[in-house]
Design a protein around this ligand. Structure first.
Ligand SMILES: NCc1[nH]cc(CCC(=O)O)c1CC(=O)O
Length: 332
């Protein structure tokens, strides 16, 4: 950048802000429904829409309702939907076998969406926490979250998702070596066109609280995830992780959470130029939607402001629970 401007009054910056038309003309970070991936919570049953208490406006949906949601998202111009299962606690075990059951909720929802709305991309989550009696993303042996044994399970989980028809697989577990292992297994299994969106820079965050309620993982979780997720203050380490995941075969990378980590988004985009996404996580949503519900913030304005900030920071897109509301607003 080499900014040049004439001396006042030859330059008046306010000319560029004088009307909505001129502002639209010079907007650097336009936002559109095509920027969104919509995370949805799936549960058992039929005809069920169950509110998530800590996320006003967000629901757990039965598979038939998820299909309706996908249809709505597609009509709004949202290109992708991301599935998170709320697993019946009775199906949570120490071996997490439900994670690679072809008939688990996530796989059933994937098949149902791909059949009814084939043009929307389905993203699925790879991590053991929705299926684990421990609430952790990996196997726990003598108090340790073991890496290599977990990666073997994650490979099975990813393959079952690809077989169900997932377009994008999102490993959110933060084990080392999982991107390479999953990529090899997808190639060997004939799933050449399945994308990997790696949660490359995922921080151990208190902003995931409402999500853990939504998927029913908070009750079980003992301790925290700081032996596998990153510490808040580390930025160089984030770049090393992004580099590592891209070199193992990730097609796209993610920074998570979003708003407190916009510097990481910017650095990632500048350093690697890969498709870069941020996850505006449950706690960020709860802060904004909760305050809006109380009348303390203007819902629509903070929603669009927060989402535009991701674009300005260099993100190609955002995973956001606001996706349908924002798309409706943007579509006018
Ligand atoms: N594999 C877990 C996972 N996948 C997505 C989220 C958080 C999403 C959100 O807070 O919206 C988490 C939570 C965690 O790491 O505990």
């Amino acid at each position: 950048m080499h900014p040049v401007h004439a001396r006042f009054p030859a330059t008046r910056f306010r000319r560029l802000r004088k009307s909505a038309a001129i502002r639209a003309l010079v907007a650097e970070s336009p936002l559109s429904p095509a920027d969104f991936i919509w995370p949805v919570f799936v549960r058992d049953g039929e005809g069920v829409t169950e509110p998530v208490a800590s996320m006003p406006g967000v629901n757990r949906l039965s598979v038939d309702r998820v299909v309706e949601a996908a249809r709505e998202a597609h009509a709004l111009g949202i290109p992708a939907i991301c599935l998170f299962p709320y697993t019946d606690p009775a199906r949570k075990t120490l071996d997490c076998a439900e994670a690679w059951n072809p008939e688990n909720l996530s796989n059933r929802a994937t098949r149902a969406i791909k059949e009814a709305v084939p043009d929307i991309a389905v993203m699925t989550d790879v991590a053991l926490d929705p299926y684990s009696a421990t609430g952790h993303d990996g196997f726990v042996v003598d108090g340790e979250i073991v890496n290599d044994e977990t990666v073997e399970a994650l490979v099975k989980q990813a393959l079952s998702q690809a077989e169900a028809g997932a377009d994008i697989i999102g490993p959110s577990d933060m084990m080392d070596g999982r991107i390479g292992a999953i990529r090899d297994a997808l190639e060997a299994g004939g799933h050449r066109n399945v994308l990997l969106l790696s949660y490359a820079a995922k921080f151990a965050s208190a902003f995931y609280g409402p999500f853990r309620d939504a998927v029913g993982a908070s009750g079980a979780l003992k301790g925290d995830k700081s032996t596998y997720q990153m510490q808040t203050g580390n930025s160089d380490e984030a770049m090393r992780l992004v580099e590592r995941d891209l070199s193992e075969g990730a097609d796209m990378v993610m920074v998570k959470p979003g708003m407190p980590y916009l510097d990481i988004c910017r650095r990632t985009k500048e350093m690697f130029g890969a498709p870069t996404f941020a996850y505006q996580v449950s706690g960020e949503y709860a802060m904004l939607a909760g305050a809006a519900e109380r009348g303390w913030l203007d819902h629509d304005r903070v929603m669009l402001e927060s989402l535009t900030a991701f674009k300005r920071a260099g993100c190609d897109g955002v995973l956001t629970y606001f996706a349908p509301a924002a798309a409706r607003l943007l579509n006018g």
